[in-house]
Design a binder for this molecule. Structure first.
Ligand code: 5GP
Length: 120
Protein backbone atom coordinates (compact mmCIF):
# COMPACT_ATOMS: atom_id res chain seq x y z
CA UNK A 1 0.00 0.00 0.00
CA UNK A 2 1.47 3.35 -0.98
CA UNK A 3 1.71 6.16 1.52
CA UNK A 4 -1.01 8.85 1.34
CA UNK A 5 0.56 12.23 2.08
CA UNK A 6 -2.90 13.67 2.71
CA UNK A 7 -3.55 11.44 5.76
CA UNK A 8 -4.33 13.29 8.98
CA UNK A 9 -1.07 12.41 10.73
CA UNK A 10 0.98 13.61 7.74
CA UNK A 11 -0.88 16.93 8.09
CA UNK A 12 -0.10 16.99 11.81
CA UNK A 13 3.59 16.33 11.08
CA UNK A 14 3.62 19.23 8.58
CA UNK A 15 2.04 21.50 11.18
CA UNK A 16 -1.13 21.95 9.12
CA UNK A 17 -3.30 20.61 11.95
CA UNK A 18 -2.61 21.41 15.63
CA UNK A 19 -1.84 18.68 18.12
CA UNK A 20 -1.27 18.33 21.85
CA UNK A 21 2.36 17.20 21.80
CA UNK A 22 3.76 15.23 24.73
CA UNK A 23 7.15 14.36 23.15
CA UNK A 24 9.01 15.22 19.95
CA UNK A 25 12.46 14.63 18.52
CA UNK A 26 13.88 14.32 15.01
CA UNK A 27 12.40 10.83 14.48
CA UNK A 28 9.23 10.65 16.57
CA UNK A 29 6.16 12.69 17.54
CA UNK A 30 3.84 11.74 20.41
CA UNK A 31 0.56 13.57 20.93
CA UNK A 32 -2.75 13.11 22.71
CA UNK A 33 -5.53 11.31 20.84
CA UNK A 34 -8.36 13.65 19.85
CA UNK A 35 -10.93 11.06 20.98
CA UNK A 36 -9.38 9.43 24.06
CA UNK A 37 -10.48 5.89 24.93
CA UNK A 38 -8.82 6.02 28.36
CA UNK A 39 -7.76 8.76 30.83
CA UNK A 40 -4.36 8.71 29.13
CA UNK A 41 -4.42 8.09 25.37
CA UNK A 42 -1.33 9.11 23.43
CA UNK A 43 -0.33 8.30 19.86
CA UNK A 44 3.33 7.75 19.01
CA UNK A 45 4.29 8.07 15.34
CA UNK A 46 7.53 7.94 13.39
CA UNK A 47 8.23 11.02 11.27
CA UNK A 48 9.04 8.81 8.28
CA UNK A 49 6.37 7.81 5.78
CA UNK A 50 5.19 4.34 6.82
CA UNK A 51 1.61 3.15 6.40
CA UNK A 52 1.63 0.50 9.10
CA UNK A 53 3.74 -1.60 11.45
CA UNK A 54 4.24 -3.95 8.52
CA UNK A 55 5.79 -1.25 6.30
CA UNK A 56 7.75 0.20 9.18
CA UNK A 57 9.49 -3.01 10.23
CA UNK A 58 10.08 -4.04 6.60
CA UNK A 59 11.32 -0.72 5.20
CA UNK A 60 12.85 1.30 8.06
CA UNK A 61 16.43 0.63 9.19
CA UNK A 62 16.59 -1.75 12.16
CA UNK A 63 18.12 0.97 14.36
CA UNK A 64 15.19 3.30 13.59
CA UNK A 65 12.71 0.54 14.47
CA UNK A 66 14.58 -0.24 17.69
CA UNK A 67 14.78 3.40 18.73
CA UNK A 68 11.08 3.88 17.99
CA UNK A 69 10.01 1.13 20.37
CA UNK A 70 12.48 2.27 23.03
CA UNK A 71 10.83 5.69 22.78
CA UNK A 72 7.32 4.25 23.10
CA UNK A 73 8.22 2.84 26.52
CA UNK A 74 10.21 5.96 27.46
CA UNK A 75 7.16 8.12 26.62
CA UNK A 76 5.01 5.85 28.81
CA UNK A 77 7.47 6.43 31.65
CA UNK A 78 7.39 10.19 30.96
CA UNK A 79 3.58 10.04 31.18
CA UNK A 80 3.92 8.27 34.53
CA UNK A 81 1.86 5.25 33.52
CA UNK A 82 4.53 2.56 33.69
CA UNK A 83 3.93 1.84 37.37
CA UNK A 84 0.24 0.93 37.13
CA UNK A 85 0.64 -0.36 33.59
CA UNK A 86 -0.70 0.50 30.19
CA UNK A 87 -1.59 -0.98 26.82
CA UNK A 88 0.44 -0.31 23.66
CA UNK A 89 -1.57 -1.06 20.53
CA UNK A 90 -0.78 -0.96 16.82
CA UNK A 91 -3.81 -1.48 14.60
CA UNK A 92 -2.88 -2.74 11.16
CA UNK A 93 -5.12 -2.66 8.11
CA UNK A 94 -8.82 -3.28 7.75
CA UNK A 95 -9.34 -6.16 10.16
CA UNK A 96 -6.97 -4.51 12.63
CA UNK A 97 -9.25 -1.48 12.72
CA UNK A 98 -6.62 0.96 11.46
CA UNK A 99 -8.27 4.23 10.46
CA UNK A 100 -5.27 6.49 9.85
CA UNK A 101 -2.78 5.11 7.30
CA UNK A 102 0.37 6.40 9.02
CA UNK A 103 1.93 3.89 11.43
CA UNK A 104 1.16 4.71 15.04
CA UNK A 105 1.24 3.08 18.46
CA UNK A 106 -1.51 3.93 20.93
CA UNK A 107 -0.52 4.23 24.59
CA UNK A 108 -3.69 3.78 26.67
CA UNK A 109 -3.63 3.98 30.46
CA UNK A 110 -5.11 5.48 33.59
CA UNK A 111 -7.69 2.79 34.45
CA UNK A 112 -7.99 -1.00 34.23
CA UNK A 113 -8.46 -1.62 30.51
CA UNK A 114 -10.31 -4.91 30.70
CA UNK A 115 -10.26 -7.54 28.03
CA UNK A 116 -7.70 -7.22 25.28
CA UNK A 117 -10.17 -7.51 22.41
CA UNK A 118 -13.77 -6.34 22.54
CA UNK A 119 -16.32 -8.97 21.50
CA UNK A 120 -18.28 -7.02 18.91
P1 5GP B 1 -6.39 3.83 14.39
O1 5GP B 1 -7.82 3.36 14.41
O2 5GP B 1 -5.95 4.22 13.01
O3 5GP B 1 -5.46 2.87 15.05
O4 5GP B 1 -6.35 5.10 15.32
C1 5GP B 1 -6.38 6.42 14.83
C2 5GP B 1 -6.55 7.33 16.02
O5 5GP B 1 -6.30 8.65 15.58
C3 5GP B 1 -7.94 7.31 16.64
O6 5GP B 1 -7.83 6.93 18.02
C4 5GP B 1 -8.42 8.75 16.49
O7 5GP B 1 -9.16 9.21 17.61
C5 5GP B 1 -7.14 9.52 16.30
N1 5GP B 1 -7.26 10.74 15.51
C6 5GP B 1 -7.91 10.87 14.34
N2 5GP B 1 -7.82 12.13 13.87
C7 5GP B 1 -7.06 12.80 14.79
C8 5GP B 1 -6.62 14.15 14.86
O8 5GP B 1 -6.87 14.99 14.00
N3 5GP B 1 -5.87 14.49 15.96
C9 5GP B 1 -5.57 13.58 16.93
N4 5GP B 1 -4.83 14.02 17.97
N5 5GP B 1 -5.98 12.30 16.89
C10 5GP B 1 -6.72 11.92 15.82
Amino acid sequence: MSYDRDNIFAKILRGEIPNDTVYEDDEVLAFRDISPQAPVHVLVIPKGEYVSLDDFTRDAPAEVVGRFFEKVSAIARQLGVDGDGYRAIANIGQNGGQLVPHFHVHICAGRPLGRMIARE
